[in-house]
Write a protein that binds this ligand. Structure first.
Ligand code: FES
Length: 576
């Protein structure tokens, strides 16, 4: 095999004082001379953390990657990255996605790496690593940690998030006892891995696979299944070849790859968060992508995957049914089948032999769950730059709806008042939540699925139209309109909504309008003033000064594009 010149030689191949220093100091870890003989140096970027349960098993995955790297003649070096744990990190991991992307990008650039294996799992860790790797543009391949085994309460399967939102509503309505609630707590998350519905983690793992950035089959293998370690070992072997071939993300992350990922997103009823992450990643890869493209592809991509929160099965069932390759095989007539992937084969070559083992889990193109994709992009005077609705997880009777606004001025206001017995709300009301977008919250938390007031839950109301500039968990469901752009904190029309205003949703026509005349809106706009910014220093201030709006992916303005590392940039003395 012809081998591309390796950038690590600029550290370890030199016979001057710097080469001596680079080798000598690394030998303190116990490495022999052999590791400096010109073999590719492979970084294993590990987002392992005990603070992030979804990624807590990644040290084991890293060991399997190392086996693969060593057996293919590479030199593996594992290094830590920031880890963003969705459950414990406050106020929201989204505030730190770009920070993690910067960490990954700069470590790849600064260290003597010829290739990188990205180990991710929990929601934001996957897009952050892909964004960083895309900007650094060193050969890179991703291995995700895999979903947990399905939750089981007695003989009832439970899905992460989806079932705890449902059971929490049942408990508030008085239908789940203290003892049952305590029992459920121990039954839901019973193995290593990330959430096991088609939430954001599973969706982003699927996106990475459809983009061509993982080996085929990666996304759905359960975390405790031995085949995940087999795939990790194979990924370790493959990255050594990729380093020699100089197969960089810029050759994988093409416009065709993004189309393929969006098609898959629509077919699997994936998380709304994937829209934001794909927009940000496209910005890094220099691929023009707008919300319009998501809607174009949604209209012509059938919804195929019967997995929660948009269906009845869980990720474990998806794996047994054939996983992402089986869905891609169904979608092949709609895909750019010649798009390259990290294993050197095209999408069609990878998916062509896939088998669909359960047609109730993965539907066929001619017998889909719905004719259109799971997500729609709305436009109108309430969201001039767009808003997102997951129609596959919404209530059919609310997809065309006109109701009066119940307005919460921010998240605290909502928490204080949503259960007030005197709140003027009924099932036809539209719950509006402001100040929860990228700059407003800040960090665009997953607060968009506002709770249904208890007095309505007790009357059997299970869903209402809810609108905000926030995101929602990929595990959530309901008629929840998200990512309203521009956001209220920068004076978007959402800021102008008042109690009792009529709001009209027509999902089929992709419309979302505030039924208030332009003269009145102009008057309200003139009276509107922004709130003071929440951070005066540190990373929070950087975030507020540079974050882009939802329709642009919530990346920082100065991080779009890539600065590929070059061998000639790595020369220079070490500083001791
Ligand atoms: Fe990590 Fe759900 S909490 S994926």
């Amino acid at each position: 095999m012809t081998s591309h010149p390796l950038r690590s030689r600029n550290w370890f191949g030199r016979q001057d004082l710097d080469g001596f220093v680079h080798r000598s100091w690394l030998k303190s870890e116990g490495f022999s001379d052999h590791v400096f003989d010109g073999r590719p140096v492979i970084g294993i970027a590990n987002s392992w953390s005990e603070l992030n349960n979804c990624n807590a098993h990644l040290r084991t995955v890293a060991e399997a990657v190392k086996r693969g790297v060593l057996s293919a003649g590479g030199f593996p070096l594992e290094f830590p990255t920031i880890s963003l744990g969705e459950v414990l990190m406050k106020p929201t991991t989204m505030l730190f996605r770009n920070l993690m992307a910067m960490d990954v990008e700069e470590c790849i650039r600064a260290y003597p790496l010829d290739g990188v294996v990205l180990l991710s799992g929990c929601d934001k860790t996957t897009p952050a690593m892909l964004m960083g790797a895309a900007s650094a543009d060193v050969p890179a391949l991703m291995v995700t940690g895999g979903p947990m085994l399905r939750g089981m309460w007695r003989d009832e399967p439970l899905g992460s998030g989806t079932d705890n939102w449902r059971l929490w509503a049942e408990r508030r309505a008085g239908r789940v006892s203290d003892e049952e609630w305590c029992e459920i707590e121990s039954c839901l998350s019973r193995s290593a891995g990330h959430c096991m519905v088609m939430g954001t983690a599973s969706t982003m793992a699927s996106m990475a696979e459809a983009l061509g950035m993982t080996l085929p089959g990666n996304a759905a293998i359960p975390a405790p299944d031995s085949r995940r370690l087999v795939l990790a070992e194979m990924s370790g072997r493959r990255i050594v070849e990729m380093a020699r071939e100089d197969l960089r993300p810029s050759r994988i992350l093409t416009p065709e790859a993004f189309d393929n990922a969006i098609r898959l997103e629509m077919a699997i009823g994936g998380s709304t968060n994937a829209i934001i992450h794909l927009l940000a990643l496209a910005g890094r890869a220099g691929v023009p992508l707008s919300l319009t493209r998501f809607d174009e592809l949604s209209r012509s991509t059938p919804f195929l995957l019967n997995v929660a929160p948009s269906g009845k099965y869980l990720m474990e069932d998806f794996f047994y049914a054939g996983g992402v390759p089986a869905v891609l095989r169904e979608l092949l007539p709609l895909l750019h089948s010649g798009a390259p992937t990290v294993n050197g084969r095209t999408v069609a070559e990878n998916a062509g032999a896939a088998v669909n083992h359960n047609r109730d889990v993965i539907r066929s193109l001619d017998l889909p769950l719905a004719a259109e994709g799971g997500l729609v992009i709305l436009r109108g005077n309430l969201c001039p730059e767009g808003a997102v609705l997951k129609q596959s997880a919404a209530s059919a009777h609310l997809l065309s709806h006109r109701g009066r606004a119940v307005v919460f001025e921010d998240h605290h206001d909502m928490l204080r008042r949503f259960d007030d017995p005197d709140l003027a709300v009924d099932e036809s009301s539209v719950l509006v939540l402001k100040q929860v977008g990228p700059r407003g919250a800040p960090g665009m938390p997953e607060w968009g699925a506002a709770p249904i007031p208890t007095k309505l839950l007790k009357r059997g109301v299970k869903d209402m139209v809810r609108i905000s500039d926030a995101r929602m968990s990929g595990t959530s469901y309901g008629t929840v309109i998200l990512h309203v752009s521009p956001e209220s904190a920068v004076g978007g029309p959402l800021a102008l909504v008042r109690e009792g205003d009529e709001i009209e949703l027509d999902a089929a026509a992709r419309r979302l309008n505030l039924v208030v005349d332009d003269i009145e809106l102009t008057r309200r706009r003139a009276a509107w003033t922004p709130r003071p910014l929440q951070f005066e220093r540190g990373y929070g201030r950087l975030f507020l000064e540079h974050v882009l709006q939802a329709h642009e992916g919530v990346d920082f303005d100065f991080l779009r594009g890539r600065t590929p590392v070059r061998i000639e940039d790595t020369a220079g003395p070490s500083h001791l």
